[in-house]
Design a protein around this ligand. Structure first.
Ligand code: FES
Ligand SMILES: [Fe+2]
Length: 376
């Protein structure tokens, strides 16, 4: 099942390639291998730093079965911890909010925002118990621009190495200056790969977004255009107006610092393995996919605008048009992904041949398989 020979047709150029076998989207065994060989080893994207803007702000996440906390400490540092009490494992935080410490709901151990165990009533008679050695387990968290990433592997390369050319090519968006203005979560009954494939191909636009987008207006260059991005793949649409607004009157100002390709349209970037960034002339959005098992994905949509745009008097009014457009198109993509998952789950589903309009579908599959399959 995990023999490379079984995937020979995936490792071909798009005109000759086949899609992944359907069981890659449905099997618990394949999912378990993805978690072990992919998600436990790469830099996983966890959205914008504004989610923990102030000291004491925290969010909790359930990512591939691992409960996590991201918290900003009193010293302003953002840290990540395994959300498992050092006593008997209960998560010490739930949801999101602001707090001065984490109090475990089971027996009341208290952990500081830097993870240190502060108090543990009833442990006085426990022989050789070392409070210092019972901090929350820290996880590697690094930021790039306004984005947070976690790697579960202490031996993995640094985030900046993992990102390849992304920082250089996307630098003119001035990521540090983008504010998170809205975040929405959707629970979608599909495999995470179904959703990211959808985000990285334009073949579906005329059917799925017939009523909402106007694909005929866009000159597509669906081919991956940056050969040397090791871990990043993108496609690009050339256009001079905001991709998101058809009506000039609702358009917010363009990001003034954009240069080169960034100034010429929209870049859809796959921050492998499970995030899509849409980077356009006036804003950036992300789709952060959190796998919840072979058949479920939490899809998080984040909307980002420059600080100066957010400060405008007309921002709240105009941004509603952007939200409407994003919500409609994402709803359509969520629905088609759920529908595809139903068909893929059939015993009669097979690998399929591909169109030249979806070259990133086999490229992404190759990237995944190269990491997921055992060596040799
Ligand atoms: S499990 Fe947390 S205090 Fe007991
Ligand atoms: Fe779509």
């Amino acid at each position: 099942m995990f023999d490379r020979a079984a995937f020979a047709n995936v490792f071909k150029p798009v005109e000759e390639a086949e899609s992944l076998p359907p069981w890659c989207y449905t099997s618990q065994d394949f999912y378990d291998l993805e978690v072990k060989n992919l998600f436990m080893r790469v830099w996983n994207f966890f959205g914008h730093v504004d989610q923990v803007a102030n000291p004491g702000d925290y969010i909790t996440i359930d990512f591939v079965g691992i409960p996590l906390i991201i918290v900003r400490g009193e010293d302003g540092e953002i840290r990540a911890f395994a959300n498992s009490c050092r006593h008997r494992g209960t998560p010490v935080a739930d949801g999101s909010g602001n707090c001065r410490a984490f109090v475990c709901p089971y027996h009341g151990w208290v952990f500081r925002l830097d993870g240190a165990l502060h108090s543990c009533p009833g442990m006085e008679k426990t022989t050789g118990f070392d409070k210092e050695a019972n901090s929350l387990i820290p996880l590697r968290l690094e930021t790039f621009g306004c984005f947070m990433f976690i790697n579960f592997d202490n031996d993995a390369e640094s985030l900046i190495d993992y990102l390849g050319d992304f920082p250089e090519i996307m630098g003119s968006y001035n990521l540090d200056n983008l504010r998170l203005v809205r975040k929405l979560e959707h629970d979608v009954p599909c495999n995470w790969k179904v959703h990211i494939e959808n985000a990285m191909e334009e073949y579906h636009l005329p059917m799925v977004h017939q009523a909402t987008l106007n694909p005929k207006d866009m000159e597509h260059s669906a081919a991956p255009t940056s050969e040397n991005w090791l871990d990043i793949r993108e496609h690009h649409d050339n256009h001079t107006r905001s991709l998101l607004m058809e009506d000039l009157e609702h358009e917010l100002p363009h990001i003034p610092t954009l240069e080169g390709r960034a100034a010429g349209g929209t870049n859809y970037v796959s921050l492998n393995p499970s995030t899509m960034l849409g980077m356009t002339l006036d804003s950036v959005w992300y789709l952060e996919l959190q796998p919840q098992g072979p058949h479920r994905t939490k899809v998080i949509h984040g909307a980002l605008f420059p600080t100066e745009t957010v400060a405008r008097d007309d921002f709240e009014e105009k941004v509603q048009y952007y939200y409407k457009r994003w919500d409609t198109t994402l709803g359509e993509d969520n629905d088609i992904s759920a529908l595809q998952q139903r068909g893929l789950s059939s015993p009669f589903a097979r690998s399929g041949r591909l169109s030249h309009l979806e070259p990133l579908v086999p490229e992404l599959a190759q990237w995944w398989l190269n990491r997921i399959l055992p060596e040799g």
